[in-house]
Design a binder for this molecule. Structure first.
Ligand SMILES: *[C@@H]1O[C@H](CO)[C@@H](O)[C@H](O)[C@H]1NC(C)=O
Ligand SMILES: *[C@@H]1O[C@H](CO)[C@@H](O)[C@H](O)[C@H]1NC(C)=O
Ligand SMILES: *[C@@H]1O[C@H](CO)[C@@H](O)[C@H](O)[C@H]1NC(C)=O
Ligand SMILES: *[C@@H]1O[C@H](CO)[C@@H](O)[C@H](O)[C@H]1NC(C)=O
Ligand SMILES: *[C@@H]1O[C@H](CO)[C@@H](O)[C@H](O)[C@H]1NC(C)=O
Ligand SMILES: *[C@@H]1O[C@H](CO)[C@@H](O)[C@H](O)[C@H]1NC(C)=O
Ligand SMILES: *[C@@H]1O[C@H](CO)[C@@H](O)[C@H](O)[C@H]1NC(C)=O
Ligand SMILES: *[C@@H]1O[C@H](CO)[C@@H](O)[C@H](O)[C@H]1NC(C)=O
Ligand SMILES: *[C@@H]1O[C@H](CO)[C@@H](O)[C@H](O)[C@H]1NC(C)=O
Ligand SMILES: *[C@@H]1O[C@H](CO)[C@@H](O)[C@H](O)[C@H]1NC(C)=O
Ligand SMILES: *[C@@H]1O[C@H](CO)[C@@H](O)[C@H](O)[C@H]1NC(C)=O
Length: 859
């Protein structure tokens, strides 16, 4: 699972670094000696003594899945360990000075034989499963006196971190980010002895970690990079800014979620003239934003203050921070105002102010933004600010815009013309506003368009003009007209959502949309037969054609849609048999054919619907994890992915769509018996077969459908007795058996009794049922009365009862989503974007937790 092309990872990191506007410490930068690269024609070769030490180390490795150590061999030409992968020697002395196993995924023990490498300057064991004896941090690490670079990030240890680390006085780079070490507790002040330190990364240590006294930090005079995110600093006695102000070379300072109580200290003299990146997000300050200490630091390029709950007007000083490239001020409870002019901030590229501004007119706000000769503005994200007014034409003058997000505001009027002139626009998100008028002409570069939940009208354009669209989300508007055949040219399409509009006519036959995963067309006026070409869309996972006027039979080969997870065809006029091939859909977990004219019987072989069994249901992750990983791989950057997720949550509520497991065949003309095989679908939460003509008995073994929460068999011709196993359905919260021909004694059980108390009509019109909780006694005469009332067609009350399958599964999507964050690629990209939408602390916790469980199971 950890494998991921190194190139991709590097690209990502480079992108992140570039986006953040500062250079990251290159791994070799801190090692001053000249390293002899692998494969170089060398004078010196490795000493047998060091080679043996490395081979002894290799001996302790129990798993090397990526064959990282395959070049580490004693025999033949390759016995020069200076040429081995991950090793570098000094060109002067020939000694091994570098051991870089970072990201190799090696598993096993860190052999003390390494101690022989006493000239070692660079040691990177990050993202491996290496440990000392008994899972500890090997104490001998503290004996590498020459070490300048030590990276133990993403490693897992059971013991305490050796305090002797303070002996490594040459250390310039120490990375313990995401490391798990059980008993650290307080960060050892011994770190203050490492006076050559330039890069110190203690972020997101997986166990609770705190600092009592932060003054030791001030000893690290050479420090350029400090990340202590997620370390509890609330108890640090000294005022943090005062300490930090003694570190004059500081370039990067990250103190995300450190429980810092306030940022309103006064600094008389500002030493921090080199600070470029400051991240204080997720600390609850709750005081006026203008009183913060950092406004004097004009060198800042990236300022992150999301979830700090600062309030009041931005200070004038912001207008003078001319180096600023990125301002992240999201989720601050809509309590700040932007009254100052930012016209001099000509470097500003990214602005996130989602959920932070007091209501303001959008045009007035845009007036404040920089108007430099060439505007570098790349991302402008202003969602959830209750902004009013209409979209002015001037917004399209930011001609380098890549992402524009104005969703969840109160913006009205038509979308001003000119958006097609933004030749770099990739993502345009205007959902949940009060926009009217027509869908605008789109720029060629656009990939994501979301204008859902507005009041757009007019016909769908016959040409969208954006051939690279991957997501087209126009749901919940008043759009009319037909879908033109030109939509088939959008071959990159991943999500097409036109639901809840007034679109009519037949669906064009697109066969070249290999990645189409969501096709959501519910509640329109589409007509014609089931679009046969859909069968070729092998990626389709969510298909919703409900509440339209489709008719005719379902295609026999519907089982070819191998990726299908949700098939919602309810409330159309489909007729004929349910195709047997439907049971080939082994990923299908939700099938809704309610309210059609389907006839015939339920196909056998239901047992093949394995995603409806507990063994494979999504709660168990299983192939869902792979699926999410696949999406993540394909649709990085994460922005796009989280958009999909947000969209799904809005539509189906709380990520529940991923946990729906159900079959709804109600309101059809189905006949025959309820197949016994249905009881093998023990992951099924909802089963609705009501309003059909099913006959025969309720399967004896129905009690094995352990997950059932709702069972509706009402309005059929079901006869026989209620199986006693029904009292085993402990999760059942809704049961309806009314209007059938059931006979005999009702099985007893607390669950059934409670259900009856809540819904006393659930046994109605089954004249042969008897015993408590009903009034009628079972007097031995349990035979059904002849001529018991049959349902007449007039009985059909106007009951377009659309069972709330979605409700009740409020299980966080996060369980699944976070599982995918194992992947390094996702983590990197995710944490870059982490300021939006989701709670980072939780993610961090889940990520580390997940990692630990993985470690635990690996052991
Ligand atoms: C390496 O592969 C083995 C077997 O394929 C697997 O059990 C183990 O978990 C893998 N280890 C890592 C670190 O991926
Ligand atoms: C590892 O644990 C065993 C028993 O739990 C103990 O005897 C041994 O001394 C430990 N080794 C180290 C290096 O801590
Ligand atoms: C660390 O340094 C102290 C003295 O400062 C010394 O007593 C100790 O042995 C050293 N530890 C290691 C592991 O070298
Ligand atoms: C520390 O390691 C993590 C994960 O490997 C990486 O993301 C981070 O950039 C590193 N920190 C520094 C200062 O290089
Ligand atoms: C390390 O720091 C402690 C106090 O924090 C001090 O007593 C000790 O002398 C220092 N050791 C070295 C080698 O600098
Ligand atoms: C600025 O830094 C220097 C050297 O690190 C320190 O001596 C001085 O006290 C600092 N000034 C303030 C105001 O903190
Ligand atoms: C700083 O803010 C805190 C509230 O977070 C407040 O209690 C304190 O009085 C403020 N201090 C100053 C100097 O304004
Ligand atoms: C910060 O992290 C702690 C756990 O360390 C968590 O309880 C808290 O909610 C987080 N704060 C924010 C603002 O997310
Ligand atoms: C948004 O503004 C309108 C008035 O402009 C107000 O009625 C509404 O309550 C506001 N909504 C929020 C969430 O602030
Ligand atoms: C779009 O660009 C064209 C030519 O580049 C220009 O004529 C037109 O006025 C622009 N439209 C808007 C609304 O800015
Ligand atoms: C579809 O997804 C695959 C990755 O699975 C990707 O390589 C390909 O470029 C995508 N195709 C289109 C047309 O977007």
């Amino acid at each position: 699972m950890m494998h991921l092309s190194a190139v991709k990872l590097l690209l990502l990191i480079a992108a992140v670094a570039a986006a953040c506007g500062f250079s990251w410490p290159a791994a070799t930068a801190t090692t001053q000696v000249q390293l002899r690269p692998n494969g170089d024609d060398a004078v010196a070769s490795c000493s047998p003594h060091e080679r043996d030490a490395l081979l002894a180390f290799k001996h302790g490795i129990t798993s090397d899945n990526s064959s990282f150590l395959s070049s580490w061999r004693r025999r033949g030409k390759e016995d020069d360990c200076c040429r081995w992968r991950g090793i570098a020697c000094s060109s002067q002395t020939g000694h091994v000075v570098k051991l870089d196993l970072g990201g190799s995924g090696l598993e096993g023990q860190i052999s003390p034989s390494l101690l022989s490498l006493d000239q070692l300057e660079f040691l990177d064991l990050s993202d491996t499963y290496l440990q000392g004896a008994n899972g500890s941090v090997p104490e001998f690490l503290a004996s590498f006196n020459n070490l300048r670079h030590l990276d133990l990030s993403y490693m897992f240890f059971t013991g305490m971190f050796p305090l002797q680390l303070g002996n490594l006085t040459k250390l310039e780079y120490l990375n313990l980010s995401h490391t798990y070490s059980l008993m650290w507790g307080e960060v050892p002040h011994q770190l203050g002895n490492l006076s050559n330190m330039r890069y110190l990364d203690l972020s997101r240590i997986a166990a609770y970690t705190y600092v009592m006294d932060i003054t030791w930090l001030a000893h690290l005079r050479l420090l350029e990079y400090l990340d202590m995110s997620y370390i509890d600093l609330s108890m640090a006695v000294a005022d943090l800014p005062l300490v930090v102000n003694m570190i004059p070379h500081l370039r990067v300072l990250s103190l995300r979620n450190c429980s810092i109580p306030s940022a309103n200290q006064t600094l008389t003299h500002m030493n921090l003239t080199k600070l470029e990146k400051l991240d204080l997000s997720m600390n609850y300050f709750g005081h006026p934003i203008s009183s913060c200490w950092f406004w004097k630091v004009t060198s800042i390029k990236s300022l992150s203050l999301s979830e700090t709950y600062l309030d009041g007007p931005f200070p004038d000083a912001l207008g003078g921070m001319t180096s600023l490239q990125e301002l992240d001020f999201t989720n601050n409870a809509n309590a700040v105002t932007m009254t100052i002019d930012l016209k001099n901030l000509c470097e500003l590229e990214n602005i996130w102010l989602d959920g932070s501004l007091l209501p303001v007119n959008i045009a007035e706000f845009l007036e404040k933004l920089p108007r430099c000769s060439s505007s570098p503005l790349n991302i402008l994200s202003l969602s959830g600010n209750n902004m009013t007014g209409t979209l002015p034409k001037s917004i399209w003058q930011f001609n380098n815009l890549d992402t524009l997000d104005l969703s969840n505001n109160n913006i009205s009027g038509a979308i001003a013309p000119g958006v097609q002139n933004l030749t770099r626009l990739v993502s345009l998100i205007l959902s949940s506003n009060k926009l009217t008028g027509q869908i605008p002409k789109l720029p060629k570069s656009l990939q994501v368009l979301d204008i859902s939940m507005n009041f757009l009208s007019g016909n769908l354009p016959s040409k969208f003009g954006a051939p690279r669209l991957t997501e087209l989300i126009l749901s919940n508007n008043r759009i009319t007209g037909h879908v033109s055949g030109s939509i088939c040219k959008l071959q990159d399409m991943y999500m097409l959502d036109l639901s809840n509009n007034f679109i009519e006519g037949e669906l064009p036959c697109c066969v070249r949309m290999p990645n189409l995963t969501f096709l959501l067309l519910g509640n329109n006026r589409f007509s014609g037969e089931f679009p046969l070409c859909l069968q070729t869309l092998r990626s389709l996972a969510f298909l919703d054609l409900s509440q339209n006027k489709f008719n005719g039979a379902l295609p026999m080969r519907i089982g070819d849609l191998e990726s299908l997870r949700m098939l919602q065809l309810s409330h159309n006029m489909f007729s004929g048999d349910i195709p047997t091939s439907i049971t080939n859909l082994d990923r299908l977990q939700y099938l809704n054919l309610a309210g059609n004219n389907m006839s015939g019987s339920i196909p056998r072989n239901l047992i093949k619907l394995t995603s409806m069994t507990l063994k494979r249901s999504p709660g168990m992750l299983g192939d869902w994890e792979d699926w999410f990983e696949d999406i993540m791989d394909r649709y990085l950057p994460i922005e796009l992915f989280s958009l999909v997720m947000k969209h799904q949550e809005l539509k189906y509520g709380g990520g529940s769509v991923f946990y729906m497991v159900g079959i709804d065949l109600s309101l059809n003309d189905l006949t025959g018996e309820i197949p016994v095989e249905i009881t093998s679908l023990d992951g099924l939460k909802n089963l609705n077969l009501s309003w059909n003509h099913f006959s025969g008995k309720i399967p004896e073994d129905i009690g094995s459908m352990k997950s059932l929460e709702s069972l509706d068999l009402s309005r059929n011709n079901i006869s026989g007795e209620m199986p006693s196993s029904m009292s085993d359905l402990t999760y059942l919260s809704s049961l309806d058996l009314s209007y059938n021909d059931l006979v005999g004694r009702i099985p007893r059980g607390i669950q059934l009794d409670t259900l009856y108390a809540n819904n006393p009509s659930m046994y109605d019109e089954n004249d042969g049922l008897c015993g408590p909780p009903l009034q009628s006694n079972c007097s031995g005469n349990t035979a059904p009365k002849l001529g018991s009332r049959k349902r007449s067609t007039n009985d059909l009350e106007p009951m377009f009862f659309y069972f709330g399958l979605m409700s009740g599964y409020v299980v966080g999507l996060w369980v699944v989503f976070c599982a995918t964050l194992f992947k390094r690629s996702c983590r990197v990209a995710y944490f870059r974007q982490a300021n939006k939408l989701y709670n980072k602390a939780y993610v961090c916790a889940v990520v580390t937790w997940a990692r630990l469980t993985r470690q635990a199971t690996a052991n």
